[in-house]
Design a binder for this molecule. Structure first.
Ligand code: PAF
Length: 273
């Protein structure tokens, strides 16, 4: 496994690679969710590149940029064991210049839900992902469904900017209690971890009600909110797979989303129905 920190060096590496390249972008503190993306990439491509970069432009003022978990040594071990060929570890100064062209998230779908609570977050995500996709020249890039709106906006950017890459959507990985894996789970105390289970429980309740025939999104949301009451809820919303808000569940075309704080930690989760 090679480590590259200079973007031009990565370009040279990917230019010379004639076989398929799978790319897994991450901000590090790798967990089983990332490992499942990496393993899938290793299986489906001749070479796999993983990037580890805590991207400052997607954090808002006052968010957890400085405290975001950094575990480089462990991350490199994980990548090596999972069969990664190249780890890209850029630094901020080489990736961003003071005055440079910007990518803006769509005005509507980039500014609802996560984008409403974190305005500008998706501008930063799209900016870095565009750079990384261009640098890695990957055949396929792997993203988790947990960040469902991010995944949608990246798929949309790839379409709208005519990028030649397959975006592969990968299932959410949960711990044995149902908690969706996230690097931010490292912030949770044992007590908060128990409370955080309300997110997946609320989604399970909604799914059960849908299986029983409930289609009304208002009813489903209010039943979810009952379970979420120990947390400080930011939103519970139901959208179609193109992120339009909907009133009635459309089977195979719906995502139920929830964002809530367990203590000071902001968590998101969702269920694809
Ligand atoms: O999902 C993430 O970890 C980040 O948003 C990403 C895609 C690596 C961009 O910084």
């Amino acid at each position: 496994m090679i480590q590259i920190s200079n973007p031009h060096e990565l370009q040279r590496y990917t230019n010379h690679t004639k076989e398929s390249i799978g790319f897994v972008p991450t901000m590090g503190a790798l967990h089983d969710g990332h490992i499942s993306l990496i393993k899938r990439s290793v299986k489906e491509n001749a070479k796999t590149v993983v990037s580890i970069f805590v991207n400052p432009t997607q954090f808002l003022e006052g968010e957890d940029l400085d405290s975001y978990p950094r575990k480089l040594e462990a991350d490199l071990k994980i990548c090596e064991l999972a069969g990664v060929d190249c780890v890209f570890l850029p630094n901020k100064e080489e990736i961003y210049k003071k005055d440079e062209p910007l990518v803006k998230a769509p005005k509507i779908k980039g500014y609802i839900l996560e984008g409403l609570k974190r305005p500008g977050h998706f501008d930063g995500v799209l900016q870095i992902v565009l750079k990384l996709l261009n640098l890695t020249k990957a055949t396929r890039a792997y993203f988790g469904k947990k960040d469902a709106q991010q995944l949608f906006l990246i798929q949309d950017m790839v379409k709208r900017f005519f990028l030649n890459i397959d975006i592969v959507a990968c299932d959410i990985v949960r711990d044995s209690n149902g908690l969706a894996l996230s690097s931010r789970n490292l912030y949770l105390s044992e007590e908060e971890k128990k409370k955080a289970l309300c997110l997946s429980k609320s989604l399970k309740r909604a799914t059960r009600l849908i299986i029983e025939g409930e289609r009304d999104c208002m009813i489903l949301k209010s039943r979810m909110l009952e379970i979420l009451s120990p947390l400080s809820v930011e939103y519970v919303e139901i959208v179609d797979r193109k992120f339009n808000l909907i009133d009635k569940i459309q089977i195979d075309n719906t995502i139920i989303l929830v964002a809530a704080f367990a203590g000071k930690t902001r968590l998101i989760d969702n269920m694809w129905v």
